[in-house]
Design a protein around this ligand. Sequence first.
Ligand code: ZN
Length: 72
Amino acid sequence: MAQSVVQPTAGTTTPLRLPIRAVLPWAAFFGVLMLALLYFVGAEQGATSVFSGTGVHEWVHDGRHLLGFPCH
Ligand SMILES: [Zn+2]
């Protein structure tokens, strides 16, 4: 009893095409989001503080030390 074996064809891959017009708004959105996060972790303290008090600073305090920002 013979069984047929399907051989994979070699060399038939096509390169992935990224539609720049579809990706660009998401890249801009996440870029702005990451900049806001970087601000809150790295500079939300003292004279550059947007929110009064130390609530935001205390909330991101461990991340601040983890990323090497000067703190105390
Ligand atoms: Zn600290």
